[in-house]
Design a protein. Structure first.
Length: 287
């Protein structure tokens, strides 16, 4: 992926993060890590996810690991700021084309632990987006976990993860996240195959593909193998793939992110069309 020498985002903070409330949602990476740890330890990963969620709710506020904000960025951190800048360029153009201004999210590059407006989190949570403060939180050590846990990863797969979390920011701006939360607050069932949570995650995948469309079309960032690495990552974290590995069977009622086929399909749809309207998973009759 040809990212070196590109603009770095200024919407970045090193470590820290303040605020409370909301309720942390495990990020894309956190779910993968918990699932893999479950397999290694011989535990049911679905039960481990429940335990992690419960611990996050009960844990007291944690402090950020001290980080020197003046220290030079690591290569992984620099890469992340370049990808964030690219998402800013893409979404600013899309919003402008629709006579709107794009308020970009801030990326918090933390180490170890952090306090967000959605509560305390650690590196084990993986990258996540908090709608309470409209920030993407990332400990870049997760990229090393991708290489060991997912069998390779790669620059473009890492960029896909960041673009997916930015996709949740877009959903917050467009009111999609609020609508899903309102249904859940009223006791509605949002989980399961075809449920609102799955549709929300698949739309974020599609938005990540949309970003990739413009990154390739306007900057020619992609190199041979990049698209395949993103597709492999999407496939590896499909609900059916993870469930089949953890329990030997697939339970559609427990889906929260979509099947491997669905995740690959919606990422590809965003990449192929470059149209935000093509990512309306909520109106799709077939996911």
């Amino acid at each position: 992926m040809k990212w070196r020498g590109q603009r770095e985002s200024s919407n970045v903070e090193i470590g820290g993060g303040t605020g409370r409330g909301g309720g942390l949602k495990l990020g894309l990476g956190g779910i993968v890590i918990v699932m893999v740890l479950g397999l290694v330890m011989g535990k049911n990963p679905m039960e481990m996810l429940g335990m992690v969620a419960q611990m996050e709710q009960q844990a007291p506020a944690s402090q950020s690991t001290p980080v020197d904000p003046n220290a030079p960025l690591t290569e992984a951190q620099q890469f992340s700021t370049v990808v964030l800048a690219s998402t800013e360029d893409v979404w600013s153009k899309i919003f402008a084309d629709n006579n709107a201004r794009y308020p970009a999210p801030t990326m918090n590059l933390f180490q170890g632990s952090v306090q967000s407006a959605c509560g305390g989190a650690t590196s084990a949570s993986g990258p996540f987006y908090c709608p309470g403060d409209q920030k993407v939180y990332l400990d870049t050590q997760f990229f090393d976990e991708m290489k060991t846990s997912l069998g390779g990863g790669g620059d473009f797969a890492q960029a896909y993860v960041i673009a997916h979390e930015v996709g949740h920011h877009i959903q917050t701006l467009l009111g999609v996240s609020d609508q899903v939360n309102q249904v859940r607050a009223k006791g509605g069932n949002v989980e399961g195959d075809g449920g609102l949570l799955v549709r929300q995650e698949l739309q974020a995948d599609c938005y990540a593909g949309l970003w990739a469309h413009y990154a390739q079309k306007e900057k020619q960032w992609m190199e041979p193998g990049d698209m395949e690495s993103a597709i492999r990552t999407a496939q590896a974290i499909g609900d059916d793939t993870l469930q089949r590995k953890s329990r030997g069977t697939v339970v559609p009622d427990a889906f929260s992110h979509g099947t491997a086929e669905q995740r690959m399909a919606w990422f590809s749809r965003g990449f192929e069309t470059g149209q935000i309207g093509a990512c309306d998973t909520f109106k799709a009759t077939v996911l």
